[in-house]
Design a protein around this ligand. Structure first.
Ligand code: PLP
Length: 395
């Protein structure tokens, strides 16, 4: 009999009932160090006082009115994002997938309004992940995500990750945009080198294309800048944001330049819940914490410390781990042992990590992780690695 919850997930046998900072409490009382943060969502950890008070204050005042009316919290969040980024305008969504939908629509509408309705194709990359909607899976294009769900939304051209010549060769009079994650998350924490991001920006400029960055996982302070592309000194035309921006409340956004957004006039797009007062009140509180030099300095400092210790962990367990990769607090441990075994050994030792493609485990801790938390992380990861070593020698 089918379970009452549609069985699309392989869930770990863990039921968390409470969270505080980087720590989660299981129903049986065990405490786990959370280096997954709900897959890069709980940017400020669990039950951050500023987020709890923003949410509860707004909950006492007004939850939802729809986008038929003015929403001051939405306006405030848009103003903050416009002040802090390349963007001139923002549309709010409930998720990263929904942001992907709009990014695709916005790019196509832009060229349609420019009198180039055949310019519909978007170049994407192997190993990418842009969500589970029809546009999202077609954008990623992998068999794993698309098999059985055809006919797929047409108009995506898939290039091997890192193949800049392939990008140039793929551009035709039908190309509208290039869409890329500055650091692939689900794909196994694969950063796009700064030089490559710069080159993609140049390719877009030379060919009149829009650059769409998917910062759903790598954005909102995770790499030590508010958005990851800032490290490369470039700006996109359109950017997808979600996860961290809501700190655990379902919130996403598409940020865009005035030019790229010019086709999106009244009536062309909408969302019932997107940008509602609750979500935007929380989003404002998240940005007020994250978008300060002191906070981002702290992320960089802790990221340096964690990375250095992880390099030591890899050196100590050469049969389990291959290498460390990533940026800021978006780190991956490329495994030699099975990444699933490492994640499970982590559970046994009360530390949570997240598997990714390419046999990687992801460390996406709350950005508020403390130095004590890092020390605890290393003790637990070391024990997990020892457990996997024992398993390797006994099998
Ligand atoms: C880079 C990227 N884009 C899009 C998405 C989809 O976001 P959501 O799951 O909020 O729909 C994800 C989710 O993991 C992601 O990592």
């Amino acid at each position: 009999m089918i379970p009452s919850v549609l069985p699309t997930y392989n869930r770990a046998p863990l039921t968390f009932v409470k969270g505080e900072g980087a720590w989660l409490t299981e129903a049986d009382g065990r405490r786990f160090l959370d280096l997954g943060a709900g897959i890069a969502v709980n940017a400020l950890g669990h039950a951050h006082p500023a987020l709890v008070s923003a949410l509860t204050e707004q909950a006492h005042a007004l939850w939802h009115v729809s986008n038929l009316y003015q929403i001051p919290q939405q306006q405030a969040l848009a103003d903050k994002l416009v002040d802090l980024t390349f963007a001139d305008t923002a549309f709010f969504t409930n998720s990263g997938t929904e942001a992907c939908e709009l990014a695709v629509k916005m790019a196509r509408k832009y060229f349609y309004d420019q009198g180039q309705p055949d310019r519909v194709e978007i170049i994407t990359f192997s190993g990418s992940f842009h969500g589970r909607s029809s546009a999202g899976i077609a954008a990623a294009g992998s068999e794993k995500m698309t098999k059985g769900f055809g006919p797929l939304l047409p108009g995506f051209v898939h290039i091997t990750f890192g193949d800049l010549d392939g990008v140039t060769d793929a551009i035709t009079e039908k190309t509208a945009a290039i869409m890329i994650e500055p650091i692939q998350g689900e794909g196994g924490i694969r950063p796009v080198p700064d030089a490559e991001l710069k080159a993609l920006r140049e390719i877009c400029d030379e060919n009149g294309l829009l650059l769409i960055l998917d910062e759903v996982q790598c954005g909102v302070g995770r790499t030590g800048k508010l958005f990851a592309h800032e490290w490369a000194g470039i700006t996109p035309d359109i950017m997808m944001v979600a996860k961290g921006i809501g700190g655990g409340f379902p919130l996403g956004a598409v940020l865009a330049t005035e030019n790229a957004a010019s086709g999106m006039t009244a009536g062309t797009h909408g969302s019932t819940y997107g940008g509602n007062p609750l979500g935007c009140a929380v989003g404002c509180a998240v940005l007020d914490q994250v978008a300060t030099p002191a906070f981002l300095d702290g992320v960089n400092r802790k990221a340096g410390l964690l990375r250095q210790k992880l390099e030591g962990l890899v050196a100590d367990h050469p049969d389990v781990f291959d290498s460390v990769r990533g940026a800021g607090l978006m780190l991956g441990l490329k495994c030699k042992a099975s990444n699933a075994d490492v994640v499970n050994a982590g559970y046994d030792n009360h530390v949570i990590t997240v598997p990714a493609a390419d046999n990687v485990i992801r460390l996406l801790p709350p950005l508020t992780l403390t130095e004590d938390d890092i020390a605890q992380a290393m003790i637990r990861l070391d024990k997990a690695a020892q457990q996997v070593e024992t398993q390797l020698t006994t099998t």
